[in-house]
Design a binder for this molecule. Structure first.
Ligand SMILES: Nc1ncnc2c1ncn2[C@@H]1O[C@H](COP(=O)(O)OP(=O)(O)O)[C@@H](O)[C@H]1O
Ligand SMILES: O=c1ccn([C@@H]2O[C@H](COP(=O)(O)OP(=O)(O)O)[C@@H](O)[C@H]2O)c(=O)[nH]1
Ligand SMILES: [Mg+2]
Length: 211
C-alpha cells in the first residue's frame, strides 16, 4: 500500500535532510497517552498520530476492506496485524510533510515491532520512547469514566480486562526491549494531568531525544 507515494517522498525527504523524528508513546489503556500528546502538540509542535485513532478512522470509512477486522480486534483488545497499522502511520507521516511525530499507542507487540523495523525504521529517526507508567487500578477508573462519554466499543470492563492482558503480555516486553537500548523515558502517570505534563515538558525542553 502507498508504496509509490512513499518512495518518492522518502527520496525527497532524504534530499532535503528532512528525516522525520519519531517519539513512540506507550503505556497501559487509560495511562494518559492521548492527553499528554495533546499538550506536547500545543507546546512543541509535534504531530500527534494515535495508532488507535487511525484504526478507528479506517474502520469508519464506508467500504473499508479492514473495517470489520479492526472492529473485532479493538473489541477483543487484540492487536491489529502490523501491515494495516503501519501503512496508516506511514501514509499519515508522508502526507503531513512535517518533521516531528508522536506515534501514540504503537508498537504494541512483537509483530508491530518487526513490521515497523522492516518498513519504517530506516526512514525515520526514533528519538525515544515515552512510557506513561500507571497501575491497573488507576487506569481502570479512568477508562470506565471515559467510557461514559467516549462511545468507544472497548471502554467497558469486559474489553478492558482483555486490553490489560494484551498490554502486560505483549506490550510490556516491547517497552523492555527499548529499555535495554536506553531509549525509554519513564513518567509517573498517576498524578493529575497538569503535574504529569510538567515532567513531560522538562523532558522535551531538555531535548531528551536529540542525538
Ligand atoms: N493524569 C490524569 N489524571 C486523571 N485523569 C486523566 C489523566 N490523564 C488522562 N486522564 C483521563 O483519563 C482518560 C484516559 O486518558 P487518555 O489520555 O485517553 O489515555 P490513553 O490514551 O493512555 O488511553 C481520559 O478520560 C482522560 O481525560
Ligand atoms: O497499534 C495499534 C494501536 C491500537 N490498536 C487497537 O486499538 C485499540 C485501542 O487503542 P488506543 O491506543 O486508542 O487505546 P488507548 O490505550 O489509548 O486507550 C487497542 O486496544 C487495539 O485493539 C492496535 O491494534 N494496534
Ligand atoms: Mg489513547
Amino acid at each position: 500500500m502507498f508504496t509509490g507515494i512513499s518512495m518518492f517522498t522518502t527520496a525527497v525527504r532524504q534530499a532535503f535532510k528532512m528525516t522525520p523524528n519519531v517519539v513512540f508513546v506507550l503505556g497501559g489503556p487509560g495511562a494518559g497517552k492521548g492527553t499528554q500528546c495533546q499538550k506536547i502538540v500545543e507546546h512543541f509542535g509535534y504531530v500527534h498520530l494515535s495508532a488507535g485513532d487511525l484504526l478507528r478512522e479506517e474502520r469508519n470509512k464506508p467500504g473499508s476492506q479492514y473495517g470489520e477486522l479492526i472492529e473485532t480486534y479493538i473489541k477483543e483488545g487484540k492487536i491489529v496485524p502490523v501491515e494495516i497499522t503501519c501503512s496508516l502511520l506511514e501514509r499519515a507521516i508522508e502526507e503531513s510533510g512535517k518533521k516531528n511525530f508522536l506515534v501514540d499507542g504503537f508498537p504494541r507487540n512483537q509483530n508491530n515491532l518487526d513490521g515497523w523495523n522492516k518498513v519504517m525504521a530506516d526512514k525515520v529517526n526514533l528519538q525515544f520512547v515515552l512510557f506513561f507508567d500507571c497501575p491497573l487500578e488507576i487506569c481502570t477508573a479512568r477508562i470506565l469514566k471515559r467510557g461514559a462519554t467516549s462511545g468507544r466499543v472497548d471502554d467497558n470492563i469486559e474489553s478492558l480486562k482483555k486490553r490489560f492482558n494484551t498490554y502486560s503480555t505483549e506490550t510490556k516486553p516491547i517497552i523492555e526491549h527499548y529499555a535495554k537500548q536506553n531509549l525509554v523515558k519513564t513518567i509517573d502517570a498517576t498524578r493529575p494531568a497538569e503535574e504529569v505534563y510538567k515532567e513531560v515538558e522538562s523532558l522535551f525542553r531538555k531535548g531528551a531525544g536529540d542525538k
